[in-house]
Design a protein around this ligand. Sequence first.
Ligand code: FE2
Length: 171
Amino acid sequence: MEYPNHTFCRYLNLPKVPEDLIREVIDSYPTTKEMAEVSKFKKSFKTTPSGEEYPSYAWSDQNNKKINEWCQKNICEDMYFAFHMIQSDENGYFDIHRDYPVRQKLVYLIDPGGGTPITTFYDEDRQTVLQSISIETHRWHVMDVSAWHDVTGLEPGTVRFAIASRLFPGG
Ligand SMILES: [Fe+2]
């Protein structure tokens, strides 16, 4: 077992989310056409006080109610778990960003339905690669989202679902 000095992703051996529950939530999501509207929302970046842009992930309280209930019962009772939709662009790319103001997230990726996604973390210059990893699906992990990161190798235009929770909102 290798223990890196610093990594931007650490796996946790927490219970897997039941497949039937995930399927039920995904099936309740909008059609592909409606998803295009969701994509516009995703691309509507917000700006921090220092002028830095950060993305708005699309998610829905109504649709993720059951997921949140299951996660609060089985993972952590005082965190809020959102069911995210992340749509890649026509090149299978998800733009470089930081998840401002959140520094760490607890994440559970669901099969993206194709492609070989690679998440890359960058230095402050947004160019120097610090770590490039293929994050396992259906496995809880903590991600350091305070660093610049992007995702390549997604199937163009497909929607990647993930369950995500802010470990320490706002800091
Ligand atoms: Fe992110």
